[in-house]
Design a protein around this ligand. Structure first.
Ligand SMILES: [Zn+2]
Length: 274
């Protein structure tokens, strides 16, 4: 019989965390990743579950996510180690029937706990479920180098950063027409930054934390990873362009509008109008 290590969701988490590590986005214990599952995904693997699942109360109840299982990265765990020891670095948690806490069904061995950004993830999941009629299942946080670098140089405004990233690569407007949200600098790992992130996630699939990193969401691990990868590629080009003395020419507003028309997306109006 297939064990849970070979399931699509454990293998998917291994691939996403390993790729993110190789990209240089997840030094030390930087970054965290959660994937919303269905009961049917985990039902076949109950033989692998802990005999006595630990129960952990949530700092903020999540009744909207009652009875929902997630696979998550662990607190203090290094992305580069996930491929070596999945059960030590990943865990499957299931929120209880009233949303007050969750049980650790599998993984997070040796008393490990889920990522300290769990409030930001769960609150963001709630908003993305609403924004996408249940399609989005993944929240990914990482320290994408060039996106972070840009937050030191560009005005920290959603419309400004969105417009620059759209200009940084032709594919961007098509991949993230809703633009990129941005928070003020805040202390990470708190309910407050979770709430602020989720508020932006209601409008944007990508949210920047200045001088820190990025949150991305999507229906699959591939889509969430690809979204961050696309924005980070554009950010890398912008960093090079700014380092070479700045843009001498760029994609015009009319050209951005034409792109949106051709690919059937509605670009964020405030970024288009700049
Ligand atoms: Zn971080």
């Amino acid at each position: 019989m297939q064990t849970i290590i070979h399931s699509w969701f454990v293998q998917g988490m291994i691939k996403a965390t390993t790729d993110a590590w190789l990209k240089g986005w997840d030094e030390r214990n930087g970054g965290n990743l959660t994937l919303r599952l269905d009961e049917a995904d985990i039902a076949a693997f109950q033989a692998d579950f802990h005999a006595k699942p630990r129960y952990i109360p949530l700092s903020q109840p999540m009744p909207q996510l009652a009875n929902t299982p997630f696979i998550v990265t662990g607190s203090g765990k290094f992305f580069r180690n996930v491929q070596l020891a999945p059960a030590a670095n990943l865990g499957i948690v299931k929120i209880d029937s009233d949303g007050a806490g969750y049980h650790i069904l599998w993984g997070l061995e040796d008393h490990a706990v889920p990522t300290s950004e769990l409030p930001a993830h769960f609150q963001s999941h709630c908003e993305r479920i609403k924004a996408t009629q249940g399609k989005d299942r993944v929240i990914m946080h990482c320290h994408a180098t060039n996106l972070i670098a840009l937050t030191y140089v560009l005005e920290n405004r959603c419309d400004v950063i969105t417009r620059k990233l759209w200009e940084g690569s032709t594919e961007c407007l098509v991949v993230f027409p809703d633009g990129v949200g941005i928070l003020p600098w805040m202390v990470p790992g708190t309910d407050e930054i979770g709430q602020a992130t989720a508020q932006e996630m209601a409008k944007h699939a990508l949210v920047l934390w200045p001088f820190h990193g990025v949150f991305g969401s999507g229906p699959t691990l591939d889509e969430a990873f690809g979204l961050i990868d696309t924005a980070e590629k554009s950010a890398e080009i912008l960093v090079k362009v700014i380092a070479m003395g700045g843009m001498k020419q760029t994609i015009s507003r009319d050209q951005l509008i034409a792109l949106g028309k051709r690919f059937g997306v509605t670009p964020l109006a405030s970024a288009l109008e700049l």
